[in-house]
Ligand binder design. Structure first.
Ligand SMILES: CC(C)(COP(=O)(O)OP(=O)(O)OC[C@H]1O[C@@H](n2cnc3c(N)ncnc32)[C@H](O)[C@@H]1OP(=O)(O)O)[C@@H](O)C(=O)NCCC(=O)NCCS
Length: 335
């Protein structure tokens, strides 16, 4: 068996900064509420006409990751693209990236596991490298949430949380002994699928039906989130899946050099940090600046942590995610 290792990271966020005060001009909310409940100060939104889309942002992050990995696009063996906000209902963003970057006819897979999407995608890539089938896999997480949120007071408990952006990693066969992805751990529990969901348009709730119903109160085309239920499940599953990853590698909490949790809510990250008694320098958070960017949140955070010199060669890095599905996952790496 081979080992895979992240050889390059990249990120992209739209230039357009949307502050909490900006949102309070659109809906009944305020900076104090948003900061107190979520930690978010601002987020980025695609601006109409700025040329960005989920796939386009993914390409920008991917190009940075490839350059840093010093891997040519011709050496990419597979693309794995995680998103809940694809440019099209079908086909997926993976093939769009392939076309935009002029990558040869390698396989392109889309992963639909929402906030856990990047860790799932990393795990898919890891399996293909471990078995020796592929050497370099481009893993992307990208989201365009702003185009689909309800920016009226009706949607405030969801729309203040989410932001747009993309992150990417090049996962390569490791040439360095003992470095790379040690293990990944994936879970899901479909019984809570609708607690955080977007129901339409879908084959169950298709466009002609939506138009015919013209619903005033029933708004399946906006995301729904049972916030407190999601919060309670998140803190339990984050803890479980981090412990599962550590145990699988005979590691202790004290061995963690950097925990990069999915940026769901600062209060969730702080809860985990406190529970595991990790110092501030061992948990990376940037939700304050970007909001929750779902599948893009971990790669953006990991990229920034690395750029800021907070992750060093040989560090034990743990990624952990929880999100719609419900799905949850972790990855343990020796950097
Ligand atoms: C969404 C979340 C921030 C809401 O915080 P909360 O403390 O649970 O707040 P509640 O939903 O109980 O709402 C409290 C009050 O604030 C109001 N409120 C909701 N959104 C608001 C907003 N943006 N601005 C001002 N008030 C708001 C509610 O209407 C409610 O008012 P009421 O008491 O008069 O009914 C929180 O539940 C959460 O973060 N959950 C997890 C979400 C998450 O992580 N999702 C991603 C998973 S990957």
């Amino acid at each position: 068996m081979y080992t895979s290792r992240i050889t390059g990271m990249g990120k992209y966020v739209p230039e357009n900064i949307v502050t909490n005060d900006d949102l309070s001009k659109l809906m009944d909310t305020n900076d104090a509420w948003i900061q107190e409940r979520t930690g978010i100060k601002e987020r980025r939104h695609i601006k109409k006409g700025d040329g960005n889309s989920t796939a386009v942002m993914g390409v920008k992050a991917a190009e940075m990751a490839l350059e840093r990995a010093k891997v040519s696009k011709d050496d990419i063996d597979m693309i794995v693209f995680a998103t809940l906000s694809p440019d099209y209902y079908f086909p997926g963003c993976g093939v769009q990236v392939q076309e935009m970057m002029n990558i040869h006819t390698c396989p392109a897979i889309d992963v639909r596991n929402q906030c856990s999407g990047f860790v799932y995608a990393l795990s898919v890539a890891d399996q293909f490298i471990k078995t020796g089938m592929y050497k370099n896999v481009l893993v992307i997480g990208s989201e365009n949430h702003s185009g689909g949120l309800d920016f009226t007071t009706r949607g405030r408990s969801v729309s203040v949380i989410f932001g747009d952006g993309a992150g990417a990693a090049v996962l390569s066969r490791s040439e360095v002994d003992g470095h790379g992805i040690l293990s990944t751990h994936l879970h899901s529990e479909g019984k809570h699928a609708l607690e955080l969901s977007l129901k339409g348009p879908s084959t169950n709730h298709w466009v002609p039906q939506l138009i015919e119903e013209n619903p005033q109160e029933d708004i399946p085309y906006y995301p729904y989130m049972n916030g407190q239920f999601v919060f309670k499940n998140a803190v339990v599953r984050f803890s479980e899946v981090i412990m599962e990853g550590l145990k699988a590698n005979n590691l202790e909490v004290s061995d963690i050099d950097m925990l990069v949790p999915h940026q769901a809510n600062l209060r969730i990250s702080q809860f985990i940090q406190k529970k595991f008694q990790l110092s501030d320098d061992k948990v990376y958070n940037n939700i304050q600046r970007y909001g929750n960017t779902t599948a893009a949140s971990i790669p953006i955070a990991l990229c920034e942590a690395w750029e800021e010199g907070k992750i060093k060669e040989g560090d034990t890095v743990v990624l952990a995610a929880f999100g719609s599905g419900f799905t949850w996952a972790s990855a343990v790496m020796k950097w």
